[in-house]
Design a protein around this ligand. Structure first.
Ligand code: SF4
Ligand code: SF4
Length: 109
């Protein structure tokens, strides 16, 4: 390993071989638009639920990619399914359907 003279905090280290990508892979299969997200944040900026809670669709997707599935599933419950984020997304990510699929995954955990 190269010694750069510093090391990351242990909480910031992620062993990618141990990350649970089960939900991420399932979403990519059930709704491939999940893979189109570029994390621009337009959905979060327009989110109705975000006005009343700390919900962020972008953060939820980030959590799923990090294998933090339980956190993502519990966060998905804050969504009101209004659909504004779908209109705002420049990549045509089917956000509402992804939230629906994440909630459905809750039944399988
Ligand atoms: S607006 Fe679309 S591309 Fe941007 S973060 Fe949200 S889902 Fe991803
Ligand atoms: S559908 Fe959910 S995530 Fe999208 S804007 Fe509405 S409350 Fe926010």
């Amino acid at each position: 390993m190269v010694n750069f003279g510093y090391s990351p905090l242990s909480v910031h280290i992620q062993d990618i071989d141990k990350v649970d990508l089960g939900l991420s892979n399932q979403l990519a299969k059930d709704d491939p638009s999940f893979l189109l997200c570029i994390a621009c944040g337009s959905c979060t900026a327009t989110c109705t639920a975000g006005k009343f809670t700390n919900f962020s669709f972008r953060q939820m997707c980030h959590s799923i990619r990090r294998g933090e599935n339980k956190l993502a599933i519990s966060e998905s419950e804050k969504c009101m399914l209004c659909g504004k984020c779908t209109l705002a997304c420049p990549r045509n990510v089917n956000t509402r359907n992804i939230i629906r699929l994440v909630r459905k995954a809750n039944q399988n955990i």
